[in-house]
Write a protein that binds this ligand. Sequence first.
Ligand code: PLP
Length: 369
Amino acid sequence: MIYADNAATTRLDEDAYKAMQPYLLNEYANASQPYSFSRAAKSALRTARKTIAECIGAEPEEIYFTSGGTESDNWSIKGFLEYGRRKAIITSQIEHHAVLNACADVERLGYPVIYLPVTCDGFVLPCTLKEQITENTDLVSIMLANNEIGTIEPVSELAAVAHSYGAYFHTDAVQAVGHIHINVCALGIDMLSASAHKFNGPKGIGFLYIKKDTAIHAYMCGGSQENGLRAGTENVAGIVGMAVALEKSVNSIEESTKRMLSLEDAFISELLAAKVDFVRNGGEKRLPGNINISIRGEDGERILHRLDLRGICISTGSACDSVNTQLSHVIRAIGVPDEYAKGTVRISFGKHNTIAEAKTIASEIIKLL
Ligand code: PLP
């Protein structure tokens, strides 16, 4: 099998897996209990929180463990607006459904939401935000990198616009964390969502960075875990695995970026040599390893299923929404011409892919075309 759908999920890193094992088998104590058996679990949580904070330039007490990207996005949008300070939110048309559907929920509760358009490369322009933001805007939520086309948004400029109107700035960084360097202070971010399974960590665990003194409401009510803001017994093994995977990913970003670019080159040059009529989607500034192409007169679904028969996993549109076969909202928002749009596929490389695999995927696509 060739797995090239790493934007959907990644294989668990072996060091992360090994680090998790003791907390599943022997050190299984509830980290919130007062007896000495809980000490190892408590200390593991403390270390993981510190490691994760360092990886994004935050303080440990600003990291809140969640069940993943979807929960972090929902929390930052719903938990925040419950304070109802000024009750208006601005996001973009190309956000993940975790943000879009959370926004749809708050709209149903009566809060106005504005969905900003993007350029043909998928950029949310700060001047577009300036046109729509008002003193009534409570929150601006724009993703750090898009999951379909990989475009990296100008978040520091967008956050500056949000702050100049007194609004908070949240970013869905699920695709970016562990893949590009992030410093929440330098970027001016108030809240940031992340998910471990996107950087070779385990599934079902993630975090939300919440800048100190941000007045956010608790998301899960119950016990006093996570400073009373996100109740529930901690997933110690998951958290430990996430911290190991993140530290490893962040320490190898330069080397991994180089590798991803060579995989992209290997794939794209095969298509060019075979004179395939395609457009590459996403801006020049995009996530390394993300290739989103639209092939003229083709059908992305057909390509996906034919490649599947050959043991190759890729994606069309958004992998998180594979039941929905309509043209993806991102491809629509960036205005890919009709004759290309239906033939959209996403290949997302990860650290286990090789140049030979990149070439095989390209040659199998060429063969079936
Ligand atoms: N946000 C983005 C940009 C994503 O790509 C995803 C998953 O693909 C999510 C949020 C949801 O993350 P999770 O799968 O951890 O719930």
